[in-house]
Design a binder for this molecule. Structure first.
Ligand SMILES: Cc1ncc(COP(=O)(O)O)c(C=O)c1O
Length: 392
């Protein structure tokens, strides 16, 4: 038998696959309520699908593109982000990737190495943590929220920074809590990063599912942000193009050209057909995007209403864009045990808090983008049922 890398074999299995695996041993014939993965329940816009079909027949479509993406898309995205943040983002601060996970991977390899550390709130997005561990970069956790405050504390992050810290990593809107961090808080983290000579990185995969079109923060308006700020984006959710793989990095040219080396080795270029489809969709499907944002807001409202039911002892501690983070009532029972029983006995698939970092065993994550609003009361019915059905 060949030996395996300890850096990889010591890391947990892909969390979504593990949770889906529990369904092989279901002991109920209730219809599945799948709150596991953050994927939209609907297909891409029909116009984008048609454009993809048309593009597929172009002879050049099978070719590579520039490592950081085609120029028209980089220019269009620079304009798009300039508008969204009231800023002036230059074309050479924009790199296109094969998804936001890849953007994160490339940026981390560009700015950190084995032995360095990244300060990031817990619960964190599991793939961020898994990737850092593979690179032997330490993830230093601090609380993502506390009683009455749904965002992390700048001083708590400051206390963790040392000479090996390369960045503070935030995710807003947050996976797994759905929390949308206020602009002044994100800016205060940037002040701290600048003060300490490190980077602030923000994963904004869910930015379009905020209830407002106001800029998420004003950092891109600040002079010299290029040396202290990195923003990561995804086209998986807002365009429902998850399987087509496209994301973006907003960063200074010096950082981007390091990331470019990594991206070249990983995928050589992002998929050309998706780059062209997103270029087409950026302005062409604005009304479709607004309609989907409204659907997601309605799902969130229904979820919050349903959780407000008195009989429920599960507590909705945080909810917002795409996600609800819920405290389960079974004191001391590991979240994985609770999530597994909910899946196998009551056909409710969620993810256990333990997949999102240390100290999260009292929580479950519900990703509601995959479920229509009409299913929210049924979810709560089953949670109520679990309160008496589960004996430990
Ligand atoms: C916070 C966060 N970042 C990145 C990703 C991955 O996005 P992409 O599909 O663009 O790689 C996800 C997907 O769930 C996510 O939740």
């Amino acid at each position: 038998m060949i030996s395996l890398s300890r850096d990889v074999s010591s890391i947990e299995a892909p969390p979504i696959a593990e949770a889906v695996g529990w369904l092989r041993h279901m002991r109920t014939d209730k219809p599945l309520l799948n709150f596991c993965q953050a994927v939209p329940s609907y297909p891409p816009a029909a116009e984008v699908q048609k454009e993809i079909a048309r593009l597929a027949l172009e002879p050049s479509m099978g070719g590579y593109t520039d490592v950081l993406g085609i120029k028209p898309l980089r220019e269009a995205l620079a304009r798009h982000f300039s508008d969204a943040y009231g800023a002036n983002v230059a074309f050479d601060c924009l790199g296109v990737t094969a998804g936001c996970n890849q953007a994160f991977a490339a940026v981390m390899m560009a700015i950190a190495e084995s032995g360095s550390n990244i300060v990031m709130p817990t619960p964190w997005y599991f793939n961020h943590h898994m990737w850092l561990r593979m690179l032997r970069i330490e993830a230093r956790g601090f609380p993502a929220f506390s009683e009455g405050q749904n965002y992390p504390d700048v001083d708590a992050a400051a206390a963790l920074i040392d000479k090996n810290t390369r960045a503070i990593m935030l995710c807003s809107p947050n996976n797994p809590s759905g929390a949308i961090y206020p602009a002044p808080i994100i800016e205060a983290f940037h002040d701290l990063a600048m003060d300490r000579g490190i980077a602030l990185i923000v994963d904004e995969t869910y930015k379009d599912f905020r209830p407002t079109n106001e800029p998420a923060h004003g950092i891109l308006q600040r002079a010299g942000w290029e040396e202290s700020f990195i923003q990561l984006h995804s086209f998986s959710k807002i365009y429902a193009l998850a399987g087509y793989r496209l994301g973006a990095i907003v960063a200074g040219p010096r950082i981007l050209s390091e990331a470019e080396k990594v991206l070249d080795c990983m995928t050589i270029c992002p998929p050309q057909i998706t780059q062209r489809a997103v270029l087409f969709g950026l302005d062409a499907v604005t009304a479709w995007k607004e309609e989907k944002r409204a659907i997601m807001r309605h799902r969130l409202d229904m979820l919050r209403d349903s959780f407000a039911r008195n009989a429920l002892t599960y507590q909705l501690v945080s909810s917002g864009s795409y996600f609800a983070y819920v405290r389960h009532p079974f004191e001391g029972v590991p979240s994985k045990t609770v999530a597994q029983r909910l899946a196998q006995e009551l056909a409710v698939l969620s993810l256990p808090g333990s997949m999102f970092g240390p100290g999260q065993d009292q929580y479950l994550r519900f990703a509601f983008a995959n479920m229509d609003a009409e299913f929210m009361p049924g979810l709560v019915d089953r949670l109520v049922e679990s309160q008496t059905a589960f004996k430990w």
